[in-house]
Design a binder for this molecule. Structure first.
Ligand SMILES: [Ca+2]
Length: 200
C-alpha cells in the first residue's frame, strides 16, 4: 500500500478542463481519462445548497484506488489541495452516484468514502459532514440491511457503493479505520463570479 501511495505522490498530475461550464445547473462536464496520472477528474457539477448558496465542484478519483482509512482518505485529498467529497444536496448525491456508475464501474464494488461521520460511535441515524459540522440535509438511500453499525458497534464513517450483483447504489456505515475502501476527492468553489453581459 505504501508503494502505491508513494507512486501517487510521485506521479500526481491533475487533468483540468478549460471548457466553460454551461450556465444551467445539473450539467456534468465529461472529462478524458489519460494514462499515467494519479487522479482522474470524473466530472464537474454546478448546484445550489439548500440554503441558497451557489457552488461548483469537480470530483477527482485516485487512479490506483488505494484502500486506506477514512482518516487517510481525508488527509490524502487535502495533501493534493482537495477535500474528501461532501454531498450538499440529494441532487448532487445522484449526480455523484451516476458519475461513479459511468466512470468507476469496475471499482464501485470496493466502496468509496465520503466526508460524513457520526458524532458518536454508536449513532447510525445522525450523520454530519466532518468539514463543516453540518447535518446531512437529505435522507440517505442505504444499501439494503444498512446502516447496521455491525463491526463492534463502531461504524461511524460513511461510504457508498454497490453490493456485488446489485444494481442499487447506496450508503453503508463502516469503521473509520477500515482499509477496505477507497475514496473520492472534490475541489469546490462557493463564490462563482457572475457573468455580466454587456449591453449596447
Ligand atoms: Ca454497515
Amino acid at each position: 500500500m505504501k508503494t502505491v501511495f508513494a507512486y501517487i505522490l510521485f506521479s500526481f498530475v491533475v487533468i483540468s478542463s478549460q471548457a466553460e461550464l454551461p450556465q444551467q445547473s445539473n450539467i456534468v462536464e465529461k472529462s478524458v481519462i489519460v494514462d499515467n496520472v494519479a487522479f482522474i477528474k470524473i466530472g464537474t457539477y454546478r448546484g445550489t445548497t439548500d440554503d441558497g448558496t451557489e457552488y461548483q465542484k469537480s470530483y477527482f478519483y485516485p487512479r490506483y484506488s488505494p484502500k486506506i482509512s477514512w482518516f487517510d482518505s481525508r488527509s490524502t485529498c487535502e495533501s493534493f489541495g482537495f477535500e474528501l467529497t461532501t454531498l450538499e444536496t440529494y441532487e448532487e448525491m445522484q449526480i455523484v452516484f451516476n458519475l461513479a456508475d459511468n466512470y468507476l464501474k469496475t471499482l464501485i464494488d470496493i466502496g468509496i468514502f465520503v466526508d460524513a461521520m457520526t458524532l458518536t460511535l454508536k449513532s447510525t441515524t445522525d450523520w454530519y459532514w466532518a468539514k463543516t459540522g453540518k447535518k446531512l440535509s437529505f435522507a440517505l438511500p442505504w444499501i439494503p440491511g444498512e446502516p447496521n453499525n455491525s463491526q463492534n458497534a463502531n461504524e461511524a464513517c460513511l461510504q457508498f457503493g454497490k453490493r456485488t450483483g446489485s444494481a442499487v447504489t447506496g450508503f453503508n456505515d463502516v469503521p473509520c479505520t477500515s482499509t477496505a475502501y477507497t475514496f473520492l476527492c472534490q475541489k469546490i468553489e462557493f463564490s462563482i463570479p457572475l457573468k455580466i453581459e454587456e449591453t449596447i
